[in-house]
Design a protein around this ligand. Structure first.
Ligand code: FPP
Ligand code: MG
Length: 337
């Protein structure tokens, strides 16, 4: 077993949640993650551990652990909870490796992306390796959790492909956007919560509610992330502002502004590959048109639904885990403020 410490950002999440057992589980998840990535040849090790070491909030493992507690798991060292949480994080990181190849991203979490540091080939293979390790952990949990994870990986790919289909489409519309993020982000958040409820021994009702909660929180998370792409501080996001616009990815704030773009000025600005000045101009116009405010209003609505779902989930577990989940969800939204 390797020794491993949680990145600072993950420690912050445990602190935000204010739930003592969470830190215990997340420390074990970190060890499991490092064991999983150090099982291959040296180059694979180095590439697969690159993003783990660069940081990350470990939001998905935190969701798995908290849902397990919420439905009645009392042991923060439960191997099933740790394995389920690590499997979700490995799928997440693996998908980011592939995503950075798709986006030709130069940086991730403030560090050079794997594709930039090594090559696209290494990034794809390291991503594959992480998915394989996630599948092994899920298989150890039984057929039902393994099925959840396999289905989720398929949904991630569908979401990503849908996003590719909609590139540069000014008229994609908000329903299509919700479809994209439902696949590429919400599905894995849903799996993290659902697996927590499953391995924690929750009832069928609790498992369904957990998945619905994760879906809504995933929607909120991605909307906030997309707002941050436009108006976030580059030192916090670790990415260049407006990178989505450069790539022709029109997210919720942009789609709201495009729907109100009666004089076609925004459409023209985004016509070809926009220059840095055009991107800045486009961002100003999206903000002025109320696109960011409207997107954040949708995020708030979805967050209220998360609270309602959580309130309806009473499976006899630790109610402190419910408060921790509420704080974690607020933290996701407050990143933008
Ligand atoms: C980041 O979104 C990307 C995702 C949430 C999912 C990526 C999924 C794939 C590449 C499909 C393949 C997945 C697997 C599991 C094989 P983003 O581009 O909006 O965020 P970013 O700005 O952080 O890159
Ligand atoms: Mg990306």
């Amino acid at each position: 077993m390797t020794s491993a410490t949680r990145p600072e950002s993950a420690a912050a999440v445990a602190q935000v949640a204010g739930y003592a057992d969470l830190a215990v589980t997340l420390d074990l998840v970190e060890v499991r993650l490092h064991d999983a990535v150090s099982a291959g040849p040296h180059l694979l090790d180095a590439a697969a551990s690159h993003l783990l070491d660069a940081g990350g909030k470990r939001v998905r493992p935190a969701l798995t652990a908290l849902f397990a507690s919420l439905v009645g798991e009392t042991d923060p060292t439960s191997a099933a909870v740790v394995d389920a949480a690590a499997a979700c994080e490995l799928v997440h990181i693996g998908s980011l490796y592939h995503d950075d190849v798709v986006d030709a991203a130069a940086t991730r979490r403030g560090a050079p992306s794997v594709n930039a540091h090594w090559s696209n080939v290494v990034a794809v293979l390291a991503g594959d390796f992480l998915l394989a390790q996630a599948s092994r952990l899920a298989a150890g949990l039984g057929a039902a959790p393994a099925e959840v994870l396999a289905w989720t990986i398929g949904r991630l790919v569908e979401g990503e492909v849908r996003e590719l289909e909609l590139l540069h489409d000014h008229d994609a519309g908000t329903d299509a956007y919700m479809d994209v993020i439902g696949g590429k982000t919400a599905s894995l958040m849903a799996a993290a919560c659902k697996l927590g409820a499953m391995v924690g021994g929750g009832s069928d009702t609790a498992i369904v509610l957990a998945a619905e909660y994760g879906t809504e929180l995933g929607n909120v998370f991605q909307i906030v992330d997309d707002v941050l792409d436009l108006v976030g501080d580059e030192r916090d996001t670790g990415k260049r502002r407006g990178i989505d616009l450069v790539g022709g990815v029109y997210t919720l704030p942009t789609l709201f502004a495009l729907a109100a773009d009666d004089d076609d000025v925004l459409r023209k600005l985004l016509a070809a590959t926009p220059t840095e000045a055009q991107v800045e101009d486009a961002i100003d116009r999206i903000v002025a048109a109320g696109g960011v405010d409207d997107a954040l209003a949708v995020a708030s609505e979805r967050l209220a639904r998360c609270d309602a779902l959580l309130a309806s989930l009473d499976d006899g577990g630790d109610s402190a885990a419910r408060s921790a989940l509420e704080r974690l969800a607020r933290y996701v939204v407050d990143r933008v403020r």
